[in-house]
Design a protein around this ligand. Structure first.
Ligand SMILES: Nc1ncnc2c1ncn2[C@@H]1O[C@H](COP(=O)(O)OP(=O)(O)OP(=O)(O)O)[C@@H](O)[C@H]1O
Ligand SMILES: [Mg+2]
Length: 409
């Protein structure tokens, strides 16, 4: 019997549970693409480990041999053109070769490409690009992106397949490349080969989407949420049954409770319990034997290590955000709870975003990037509210009081 659980980034779970709306939209996209009708691009948003990458993988797999699919994962300091170039190279070298003529089209296109600049100007990512003037480099990137997309479309036409493009970590994409890509996909909708596009990213992707042209706002956006208790139970029990094993009810509910419906945790805890079990059924004893270790590992990589990088000021803000509970909160409220004006602590917010602790789903709101960071911080508030942090909180409030009591001019 194989372990049906897979706690790894992008690893497809035995069953994708609790994502019916997302899966239905993807199936409908594929149906339309096969009929050469324009599918609506889909964007999956959510915190780390919620199953965004898994959905993109599902889309590519679902198309099977009827699609030519290209998976792009954005890296912060590389353009989409550069990433696509890597992908086309890989496609040409892949074990399942394209029809020869389609391969030729791609090879020819690569040779004719204008020089691609592999770095974003000033390594600034989306922000710098948005503000930068039209440099020659950017024109080159634009031209080479168009050339590669055209070649891919030609290749898919020759191969008699539809073209699927998925973009992961899209929050790090630069606005201009995304604009080029979006308008290319938009134009393809009027052709005989509409492109199927799906993207996934952290919640701040909304910001990027807002910066793109208006038709992008008609893309389907999905916010991935934690699984409900019944979904979590199903996500644990069904793969076990599929393997011809079983799990005792108390063991099942202990795993479900511990994971809190967080897809990554579901896989991590269930996988460990599976490994520990002997015989046909997973028992509560198996769960109890493995749970503390997995919890420690999870806490270490998801919370303890990232939080250890915070300065006392950043920690003071994180602790306040944690006290407000799960979900996104108004940054104004966080600042007020710190006794400050939002503007005064905006640089601390900026550094927490840079350190990947929080993200901003829409301007004015902030949330933790990883589910249950708030719970972890509340449970360990005493340890984190060390002398340093306490001093920082007091310092912030004192400044506030000083301002309040300062004589009016
Ligand atoms: N619907 C689901 N049911 C059960 N497990 C799931 C589900 N979706 C994803 N998982 C599991 O959760 C883990 C994380 O999935 P994935 O890597 O797709 O998340 P992600 O949102 O892309 O995370 P990140 O932001 O870190 O890239 C994987 O182990 C995957 O198998
Ligand atoms: Mg991912």
């Amino acid at each position: 019997m194989n372990n049906p659980f897979n706690p790894a980034p992008g690893a497809p779970p035995a069953r994708i549970i609790g994502r019916e709306a997302e899966l239905a939209a993807l199936r409908e996209s594929v149906r339309r693409a096969k009929l050469r009708q324009a599918p609506t691009p889909a964007v999956f948003l959510g915190q780390r480990g919620m199953g965004k990458t898994v959905l993109l993988g599902f889309l590519r797999e679902f198309g099977n041999r009827e699609t030519l699919s290209v998976a792009i994962e954005i890296l912060p300091d590389r353009t989409i053109a550069a990433r696509l170039r890597d992908k086309i190279d890989a496609l040409l070298a892949s074990v399942e070769p394209l029809p020869a003529r389609a391969g030729h089209v791609l090879k020819r296109a690569l040779k004719a490409l204008p020089k691609v600049s592999y770095e974003l100007p000033h390594q600034g990512g989306a922000i710098a690009l948005g503000a930068a003037s039209d440099s020659e480099e950017q024109r080159h990137d634009h031209d080479s992106l168009i050339a590669m997309l055209t070649a891919l479309q030609d290749a898919s036409r020759i191969a008699k397949r539809y073209l699927t493009i998925t973009i992961d970590e899209v929050q790090d994409a630069d606005v201009r490349s995304m604009q080029t890509l979006a308008s290319f996909v938009h134009e393809s909708a009027q052709s005989d080969r509409p492109i199927l596009l799906a993207a996934a990213g952290l919640s701040e992707t909304r910001d990027l989407i807002d910066k793109l042209r208006t038709y992008v706002q008609r893309w389907d956006m999905f916010d991935l949420r934690l699984l409900t208790l019944p979904e979590t139970v199903e996500a644990i029990r069904e793969p076990i049954i599929d393997e011809g094993a079983s799990i005792d009810e108390d063991a099942l509910y202990a795993l479900a409770a511990e994971s809190g419906g967080y897809p990554f945790f579901v896989q991590a805890y269930a996988s460990a319990a599976w490994t520990a079990h002997a015989g046909k059924a997973i028992t509560l004893a198996d769960v109890e034997r493995t749970l503390p270790d997995v919890r420690r590992r999870n806490e270490m990589s998801f919370y303890i290590r990232p939080l250890a990088r915070l300065t006392s000021r950043e920690m003071a803000l994180a602790l306040i955000l944690a006290e407000l509970g799960p979900g996104a909160h108004s940054f104004g409220d966080v600042a007020r709870a710190l006794g400050r004006d939002a503007r005064d602590v905006s640089s601390t917010r900026g550094s927490l975003i840079k350190k990947e602790i929080i993200s901003s789903p829409v301007p004015g709101l902030v949330e933790f990037r990883i589910p249950f960071t708030d719970r972890f911080l509340r449970e360990h508030a005493d340890e984190y509210r060390s002398a340093d942090v306490q001093a920082s909180i007091e310092d912030i409030s004192r400044q506030r009081n000083d301002q309040k009591h300062a004589p009016k001019r």
